[in-house]
Structure formats: C-alpha cells, structure tokens
Design a protein around this ligand. Structure first.
Ligand code: ATP
Ligand code: MG
Length: 414
C-alpha cells in the first residue's frame, strides 16, 4: 500500500548499516536531497536473500551527486551520465546513484530521460512491481506502487501495461523470465506472459551484449528449467537461440549439477540446451557475443566425448582428464550423461566418472623436449613427434611408467 507503515523495516541489515552505505546516503542528504536504496537490494533484503550491488535513487541531480561525493572524498565515476547515473565509490564498493526520472521517450535502451523529484514517477518507469521498492537510511521501506504485496506473494508483474512496457525495451521480455525464474512461486503472470509472446519479434532488436548478460542470469536462475520450457512453448526461445533447443538435456544437466553440488555453469547449460554441432556453437556464440573462453565451453557440446553412451572406463577417463583438463572433463561427462539413453543421477559408474577429478589429478609428463634432444634428435618437429609418441606410450600404461622408464623407452626408440 502506498505510504503504508505496515512494511517491515530493513534497519539492522548489514548492507544498510555498513559505514559505506550510510556514508553515501548521508552525504547526499546533507546537500538537502533525498536518497534511498532501490531495486535488488531492497527486494532481496525483504526476502532475506543475499545482496549483490547497491543501487541508490535520489532527488539530487547528477552534478550535485558528483559535487557532494567529491567534497566528501568519495570516488566518482561518470558511468551512465546520459541516463542520470553516477557511480560513487565508498570503502572500495561501487554505489550506482541514479537521479529520479521518468522516461519520456523510449527507443529500447536509449530512453530520453527527464529528471523529477517525484518518487512515484521514478517507480513507474521501472520494470516489475517487486523492483520498485525503496529503502531510506533508517531502514524504512517505501512502496509507491504496492510492489510489496506482489513480492510477498512471489509474483513478477509488469508495472503498468505489459505490452507498452515491453515496446519501450524488449529486454524486459528476458527480464520477465529471469525474475520469474529467480523469485516467483507458481507460474508466470498470465498477462505478462501473453504480452511477451505477442511481442517476441522485438527481441531481434536487442544488442548481443544485453542478451548475453540477461540470458546468463536466466539460465542459472533457480527455476531456469521451467523458464526454458515456457519460453520454448511460447516461441520466445526460438527468437534468441539460433539452434534446435533440447530442453530435456538442459533439465538433466541442471539435475546433474544439483546432484554433485556443482555451481551452475551458464555456458555449459547453454551447450546442453543448443549445441550438437560446431556450427551450433558458432551461431550461438555469435548471437550471445561470447568470449573466446566461453566459446570453448559451448564447443564442448559438439565433441564426440560429449556423446558417450556409457560411462568411460577408468583408463579412458584418466586419459580424458589428462587431455581435456579437469574442468572440461567434468563438462564433457556431464553432457554425455545428460544426453544418455540410460540417464540416471544415481548410477554409481556415471557418478564415479563425473567425480574422478576430485580423486585423481593428472600427472605431468615426466620427460621433456630436452630429454629427446639429448638422445640425438635435432631441434625441430621431430622432437614434438617423439614426445607425442612417448606420451601415448605413457598414457597407454595408465601414467604408471616413471621418468627413468620413459628415458629407457626413449633410448630404445632413438
Ligand atoms: P539484481 O542486481 O539482483 O540482478 P536488480 O533488481 O538490482 O537485480 P538491476 O538490473 O541491477 O536489477 O537493476 C536495478 C533496478 O533498475 C531494477 O530493480 C529495476 O527497478 C530497474 N531496471 C533495470 N533494468 C530495467 C529495465 N530494462 N527496465 C526497467 N527498469 C529496469
Ligand atoms: Mg542491481
């Protein structure tokens, strides 16, 4: 309820009582302005969940925020000045301080903004009711649009007309699924879902960076499996994923991660969802503008080793740990199991294979190029060839031969 006093107080929460947060809010208020925390920090604070970054909304204009912060010896970065955002750094922590605003004209991300001192106007330009909660320095929560009721009911609802809000910024379609996957109980808000489905064609206008950022969070959210299924059923996944989706493999991978207490891996999940061939990896990689390292993970999905139908024997498993490294080995075996006909997260042989790198670290080949050359091989490609031969011999004997045995073997073949 707007202006209600029945909202719980956030007084005493560590992020709010920290000297840095109190300092930033106090410095702005000492200039005669109002300043309140907003968005994720208030939402998660009310739910008792972990806090990430702290966003602050203020009636002060950006120039005033910068002047006041500098005068108080706080760090200042002009990160998003065109939409009224200044990053203030206190105690090495960044605070995104944004002047209250209403969006007068929107072309996707590039909204023309008008500053205001009206908290309700600022709330209306935000995406979901649960994201339009504010908290002042004393811990008092302000709720101009009744978002608290939705938060407690765990409903992700657009502010205002869902279709209008999506047309202003198509990223809100992905944010709708991301926040529902993170915070909702029950299904998707029906009105929001229908609007997302109708306007899905607008997703093509989004920058690849924004897709990457939002999809990474969506795919690792608590209820990502359901999000993917609902997005697929409503034609939304097809607008952003340039490959045939495999929701079952995706679900199984999340189950494997849970069974082994692995941290959700966004790129591995994306590989499970959409990569069968190298071309899939390239297309998805382009659509999501992934880094080289991320592309390497996507490409694992195209590997033959991601398609094992039975758990690898100990020998071939060790060989894979040695050649792929422990992280990619785990990923490949997980992709194999997720796609296997006899899928089970309790099969002891698969579990043993998945957890091999926890028990066994691949040794380093105990001989080097210098050892090869000491046996008369001239510097050049022949050294590498000889090393590869001795390495294969060593691996075939399950990494058991010692350095002396390897040197003896080199002598034999020299
Ligand atoms: P978290 O940081 O935990 O992911 P958050 O709610 O803080 O969640 P941010 O992306 O940091 O999310 O955005 C901060 C706030 O800014 C949001 O809570 C919301 O009020 C507003 N906001 C962010 N992006 C949009 C958008 N595309 N459209 C409308 N409002 C937005
Ligand atoms: Mg945030």
């Amino acid at each position: 309820m707007p202006g209600s006093d029945n909202l719980p107080s956030l007084a005493g929460q560590a992020w709010l009582s920290s000297a840095a947060t109190q300092g930033v809010l106090a410095v702005i208020e000492a200039g005669g302005h109002q300043a309140r925390a907003v968005g994720g920090v208030v939402r998660n604070g009310l739910l008792g969940l972990a806090i990430t970054d702290i966003d602050i909304a203020t009636t002060a204009l950006p120039q005033d925020v910068m002047r006041l912060a500098r005068a108080a010896d706080l760090g200042v970065a002009e990160t998003g000045l065109q939409h009224g955002t200044v990053t203030v750094i206190a105690d090495h922590r960044p605070f995104e301080v944004t002047t209250l605003r209403r969006d007068v004209e929107s072309h996707g991300r590039h909204a023309t903004v008008a500053f205001t001192d009206d908290w309700t106007e600022d709330a209306r330009r935000r995406d979901f009711t649960m994201n339009a909660l504010y908290c002042d320095r004393s811990g008092r929560v302000h709720d101009p649009l009744g978002g608290y009721t939705d938060l407690i009911a765990r409903r992700v609802c657009f502010i205002g007309d869902a279709a209008d809000r999506i047309r202003e910024d198509y990223l809100r379609i992905l944010r709708f699924f991301r926040f529902t996957a993170q915070y909702a109980e029950g299904g998707h808000d029906a009105v929001g879902l229908l609007a997302c489905a109708r306007l899905r064609g607008g997703l093509a206008q989004l920058s690849r960076e924004r897709i990457h950022q939002e999809m990474t969070r969506l795919l690792t959210a608590r209820r990502a499996v359901e999000a993917v299924m609902v997005m697929q059923a409503h034609g939304i996944l097809a607008e952003i994923l340039p490959a045939a989706p495999r929701p079952t493999v995706f679900r199984r991978l999340t189950e494997i991660e849970t069974a082994l207490a692995w941290k959700p891996d966004a790129m591995l999940r994306l590989a499970a969802l959409g990569v069968v061939t190298s071309e899939d990896a390239s297309r998805i990689g382009r659509a999501f503008k992934v880094s080289r390292a991320e592309h390497g993970i996507l490409d694992l999905g195209a590997s033959e080793t991601a398609r094992l139908t039975t758990p690898p024997s100990q020998g071939s498993a060790r060989k894979l740990v040695y050649t792929q490294g422990p992280d990619n080995y785990r990923r490949l075996i997980a992709l194999s199991l997720a796609g296997a006909l006899a899928y089970s997260t309790t099969d002891p042989l698969w579990i043993a294979a998945l957890t091999l790198p926890d028990r066994w670290a691949a040794p380093k080949l105990p001989v080097t190029g210098a050892d090869v050359m000491a046996r008369g091989v001239a510097a050049g490609p022949a050294v590498g060839d000889a090393l590869r031969r001795i390495e294969a011999w060593w691996i075939a004997r399950d990494f058991a031969p010692s350095r002396d045995e390897l040197l003896a073997q080199l002598d034999l073949s020299a």
